[in-house]
Structure formats: structure tokens, C-alpha cells
Design a binder for this molecule. Structure first.
Ligand code: OVM
Length: 416
């Protein structure tokens, strides 16, 4: 951390109060997207929460909500905190987006609503019933392949990446060619919600090529007849969305459906590898798989942050946030706010994690969460039926991304 960012080292940020607007507001000069914070954001989150309900982040001149109460309130107040100006640092009122904005993530009602309704139906629990048995069998087959290679493996490529890549692109209905582009595309996209730092610069040369590949997968002719993609196009034929909107809705699946799930699966694997008594409980009661996944999403928050933009001079806890400014919502911090959660740093299968904001909250709340839960349930169920103990077999390595709390490597050792 740089010498000016001393505020995270101790207790609360102690920057000088900003001049008006925002007089008396606590400030923090830490860069939330620095490698030090990305490696371990928890001390920074604690400092931000303790500094107050609203903090001015001077590095990027944005406001921060790090407590559960304000994050939750902003997420459900889509009128006051809009998404259509972008949910990254870039303000679409003044800056051209790097790709055409998402019809879901980067839109407000009323434009947001028809695409959302279509995707909710395509990805809802009813629609997933036909996938369940196949995904459970796929998870068992994958585990048998991995375990045939020995009792030590890197869980990130072998399970957390391999399983979603095995089931999700087929479920969408894209062809086999070029699927290795999916993770790098997502990695770039989630980096691009942050500032133009080294992470963005390093991946930028490939961004155009990756985006073209993804866009080319979204047309009707590129998709199988029976996948999520075809169902989106069928909704366009029924007039529920336009034929111009259909490919962008397919793009949302390919954008939001891979890296997020990979790192959420990594999170739950890390959680059970480091909490053996919780793994024991899960093995004794495999129906806890879904609770385990949601608790891991609370605990690790694979999507750490999103921005909103104030649509008016909005009063929060006695401070005025000026119209048009960006607010950074720390989902991962809200999910570990001791004002909301008992022993928030403990991964605990006996807690009720519902109400966590790891999938967001309100009308933008993750539309793919049932898909992610089904993937997790399949993988954890297969693991529980094959493996007695799971432990770390070596040092884990984080993958830094401006939005995702991610892993590069997670060596595991299992006993059968
Ligand atoms: C989208 C999209 C992209 C990234 C994330 C996301 C977490 C949605 O293109 O709609 O939601």
C-alpha cells in the first residue's frame, strides 16, 4: 500500500473532512482496486464500515457504502440509485461504454423489465428441472475423472472451472469451438467495472477479439434448438422482447454466467477445505449443499462490488450525495458487517444466510442464481458421496480482478 493509504492499517480512516458538498464526510484515500486490497480486502472493509455509513473515496472521487444497511437500501432503491449510467466506475452519462450496455445489468425500468422477465423464465426453477438429473450425473463423472488422477489436485481448474464449463455452455447452446474464450471474456468484463488500472491494460489487447467471439455466439443460428439461447429467441418470436434485444440477452448469459459461478464454487470448496466440521455436517446431510453454497456466497462474495449513480441529491445518514455521482457498494463488506451478522467471518452451516447481498438485492438481483445453486448442489453432492475428508494440500493463490474475489490455484487433498 502507498504511504498515503495509512488509513487501512489501523482502525478507522482518519482523512480530513471533505469540503462541501459532503462536508464532514469521512474520507479514505485507499484505492479499492489496488493489488494489496484485492489480495485481502477485509482490513479495508472493516476500516470503511467503522469510518461511517458513507465515506468519500478520494482516489476515484466516489462515495462508498460498506455497511449492510446502506448497501441493502441502495440496492432496493433503483429510482434513487440507477444502473443505466453503468455499474462500474465509468459514468455512461459522460463516457462511451466499452461495449453496448447490458439490457439487464446496465438498464433501469422500464427498459430493463422485459429482458428481465424473459431471462427469469428461461433460468427459473421450473426451467431447470429438466437439467437437474443430467448435471448430477455430469458432476459424478467429473469427480470420478479427477479422483482417478489421484487424491491431490488443483480444485480451481479441475473442479471450479471444469464443472461450469462442462454444463453451462451446453445449456446455453453454444458450439464447442472457442469455449476457452469464456473465462478470459468474463475476467476482462469484470475488470472493466473498475478503473483503467494495470489489470485492464494487460487484458485490453484481447478484449475486442474476445467480445467479437462472444457476440458471434449470440445469434439464433449459432445456438442449439433446445438451450437457454433458443428460449430467448423464442421469447422474441412471441413478442416478449424484440429480435434486436435477443442477442444482447444471450450475451448476458455468457457474460455473467461463467466466471461468477467458477469463483463461487471455488469459494465453497475453500470454505469446506478449511472448516472440516462443516464438511462433516454436509456429508452427513447432503441436503445442506444449497445452504453451504449461499453461506459461501455470503462469506466470500465472489462479486465484491458494483457501482450505482445517484439520480438526485440523495440524503444518506445525514450526508448529501450529489446527483450524478457514483457510489461504490461493497457487497462483500455488507456480507460481513457485524452490525448485521453474528460472527460474520465464520463459515457456519447453521446460520441462515438469506438476506446476504452476494447476489445483489431488489430488481437486479442475480437472475442466474438458481443455475448457480444447481451447479453447486450437483458438485457438492457428488463430492460428499465420494470423499470423506478435504484439506488444503499447499498454498492457495488468489486471482486479482477489479470486481471478482477469485482464485488462481487451490491445491486440495482428499481421503476417500
Ligand atoms: C450482463 C452482465 C455482465 C456482468 C455481470 C452481470 C452480475 C451481468 O452482461 O448482463 O451480472
Amino acid at each position: 500500500m502507498t504511504s498515503t493509504s495509512t488509513s487501512t492499517a489501523g482502525s478507522a480512516p482518519s482523512g480530513t473532512p471533505a469540503g462541501p458538498p459532503g462536508a464532514g464526510l469521512p474520507t479514505d484515500d485507499t484505492d479499492p482496486f489496488s493489488h494489496e486490497v484485492l489480495e485481502n480486502p477485509i482490513p479495508f472493509h472493516t476500516a470503511l464500515r467503522d469510518a461511517g455509513p458513507v465515506v468519500h473515496l478520494t482516489r476515484h472521487d466516489v462515495y462508498a457504502f460498506a455497511r449492510y444497511e446502506q448497501v441493502h437500501a441502495a440496492l432496493v432503491d433503483w429510482q434513487g440509485f440507477q444502473s443505466a449510467a453503468g455499474v462500474g466506475l465509468s459514468n455512461f452519462r459522460y463516457e462511451k461504454p466499452w461495449r453496448p450496455p447490458s439490457l439487464l445489468l446496465e438498464a433501469d425500468p422500464p427498459r430493463h423489465d422485459a429482458p428481465r422477465r424473459v431471462l427469469s423464465a428461461v433460468l427459473g426453477p421450473r426451467a431447470l428441472r429438466r437439467l437437474r438429473a443430467g448435471w448430477l450425473a455430469d458432476a459424478e463423472a467429473l469427480l470420478d475423472e479427477v479422483l482417478a488422477g489421484g487424491d491431490e489436485f488443483d480444485a480451481v481448474p479441475s473442479l471450479a472451472e471444469a464443472f461450469p464449463l462442462r454444463v453451462f455452455p451446453d445449456a446455453v447452446g453454444i458450439g464447442k469451438h472457442g469455449r476457452e474464450n469464456l473465462l478470459p471474456y468474463g475476467d476482462f468484463l469484470f475488470n472493466a467495472f473498475g478503473p483503467h488500472n494495470d489489470l485492464v491494460a494487460a487484458a485490453a489487447p484481447r478484449a475486442g477479439e474476445l467480445a467479437s467471439w462472444v457476440n458471434d455466439r449470440c445469434g439464433r443460428d449459432a445456438l442449439s434448438d433446445d438451450g437457454f439461447g433458443a428460449r430467448i429467441w423464442a421469447a422474441a418470436d412471441r413478442g416478449e422482447i424484440t429480435h434486436e434485444q435477443a442477442p444482447l440477452v444471450v450475451r448476458s448469459l455468457l457474460s455473467a454466467g461463467v466466471d461468477t459461478t467458477v469463483h463461487a464454487l471455488s469459494a465453497v470448496l475453500y470454505a469446506i477445505a478449511t472448516a472440516p466440521q462443516e464438511w462433516e455436517r454436509l456429508r452427513a446431510q447432503p441436503s445442506l449443499a444449497r445452504v453451504a453454497f449461499d453461506e459461501a456466497v455470503r462469506w466470500e462474495s465472489p462479486v465484491q462490488t458494483f457501482f450505482r449513480t445517484a439520480t438526485t441529491d440523495v440524503r444518506v445518514a445525514g450526508h448529501v450525495i450529489p446527483e450524478g455521482t457514483k457510489i461504490l457498494m461493497f457487497l462483500g463488506s455488507a456480507n460481513r458487517d457485524p452490525r448485521r451478522w453474528t460472527d460474520p467471518d465464520v463459515f457456519d452451516l447453521s446460520r441462515d444466510p438469506s438476506g446476504h447481498v452476494g447476489f445483489g438485492m431488489g430488481l437486479h438481483q442475480c437472475v442466474g442464481q438458481h443455475v448457480a445453486r444447481l451447479e453447486a448442489e450437483a458438485l457438492l453432492t457428488a463430492l460428499a458421496s465420494r470423499v470423506r475428508t478435504i484439506e488444503l494440500a499447499g498454498p492457495t493463490v488468489r486471482h486479482h480482478n477489479n470486481t471478482l474475489r477469485a482464485w488462481e490455484s487451490m491445491p486440495l487433498r482428499v481421503r476417500r
